[in-house]
Design a protein around this ligand. Structure first.
Ligand code: GLA
Length: 363
């Protein structure tokens, strides 16, 4: 009698192909990492951008769970930060102004009165990329040197970002940076997820847990007021799994300022320690994503600025709230708030940030 054999395990691999040429004539390459379980992630060296991420549902059916484009020109001209590496400073800096060691710095303003996501930032440059078949899984090591004064920030900043698709279906992002002058740094990742599959509609049915009892409310310009407020009794209380759509349309001043969720939660764990920040479950597909990070905060953004004007991969039209982001980071506008964890990096120090998106199935 023939015995049932375990399924043949597919070895992990890394393949690459051309992803076009930038308007400035730089060649861009897409790398696809495949782990032994059939999960894949595609990354382009333009902006360290994740262009596709395929993970299984509860029946083992794979879907691409991130929004994105099939053409480089779309990433260059119309991307609302789909899948990119955000830096030198993720999130908003009020009026683009901050003080450091007694000097005032003025950054180019690109979001109403604010500087958002580092100006023409790390999402708009071509990184050096080196594929590595590491023990944990296939990996891509990216590096970039941001010049002293680039986009208004002081100091030459040497950045590395290592993306690994582990054999446990985790997308692990490890960031390191060093500077030669005192500067500010706040790097993060900006994938828009839809766990039922990209382009399948809105994300309002996803059940979200955020392991946090405090958040940082904002003003009408989406700049933190400086207060650190309890989530208790507010639509920001996600301590128990709650559908995104349950309270998103409540007449709440914070939700109205941001047209949905777009706030920073304070992670309930010691600073610098790797710990769980959030968990998302999509009930139909059974896909589950946990967000694990060393960062002290997380921006939860529900795609409130998507409005159907963008057509992405496979001709999918991305409408209002068709994707959500969990961006582990230091708090927005941190350089202008003494009570927020510091984002200052000095020569001799190493900036460290680890973000893990772990995929599994609901029980
Ligand atoms: C971040 C911000 C949002 C929005 C997106 C990009 O998540 O918090 O307000 O600007 O980036 O559209």
């Amino acid at each position: 009698m023939k015995k049932d054999l375990p399924p043949a395990s597919v070895a992990s691999s890394i393949t690459s192909r051309s992803f076009g040429t930038t308007a400035e004539g730089r060649k861009v390459t897409q790398y696809t990492l495949a782990n032994g379980n059939g999960a894949t992630v595609s990354i382009i060296d333009y902006g360290g951008t994740i262009t596709s991420l395929k993970v299984p549902d509860r029946r083992g059916k794979f879907a691409d769970v991130v929004l994105g484009f099939s053409k480089l020109a779309d990433y260059e001209t119309k991307s609302p930060y789909f899948g990119c590496l955000v830096g030198r400073f993720g999130n908003r800096i009020a009026n683009g102004i901050f003080k450091l060691e007694g000097k005032t710095y003025r950054l180019p303003v690109n979001n109403g009165p604010n500087s958002l996501h580092g100006g023409r930032g790390f999402d708009k440059v071509v990184w050096n990329a080196k594929p590595v078949l590491a023990k944990q899984g296939p990996s891509l090591k990216l590096d970039y040197v941001s010049k002293d004064g680039e986009e208004g920030y002081p100091g030459t900043l040497k950045v590395t970002a290592t993306y690994t698709l582990t054999n446990k279906n985790e997308l692990k992002l490890v960031y390191r940076a060093k500077t030669d002058k005192t500067t500010i740094v706040n790097l993060t990742h900006h994938s828009y997820f839809n766990l039922s599959g990209q382009g399948t509609g809105d994300i309002l049915d996803h059940l979200v847990t955020i392991y946090s009892d405090k958040f940082t409310p904002v003003n009408q310009h989406q700049i933190p007021t400086g207060k650190i407020t309890s989530v208790k009794g507010t639509p920001f209380d996600f301590r128990k799994p709650t559908a995104i759509g349950d309270r998103i349309n409540e007449k709440n001043e914070q939700l109205m300022f941001t047209k949905g969720y777009d706030q920073n939660w304070v992670a309930d764990k010691p600073a610098g320690h790797l710990g769980i920040i959030a968990k998302v479950e999509e009930p139909q597909s059974g896909r589950v994503m946990e967000v694990i990070s060393t960062e002290p905060g997380v921006q939860f953004y529900t795609g409130n600025f998507l409005d159907g004007s963008i057509t992405g991969k496979w001709g999918k039209v991305y409408g209002f709230r068709h994707g959500f982001c969990f961006e582990p980071q230091h708090f927005p506008d941190a350089p202008n708030h003494r009570n927020f964890p510091s984002t200052v990096l000095r020569p001799g120090e190493t900036y460290k940030n680890t973000i893990i998106y772990r995929f599994s199935k609901a029980k």
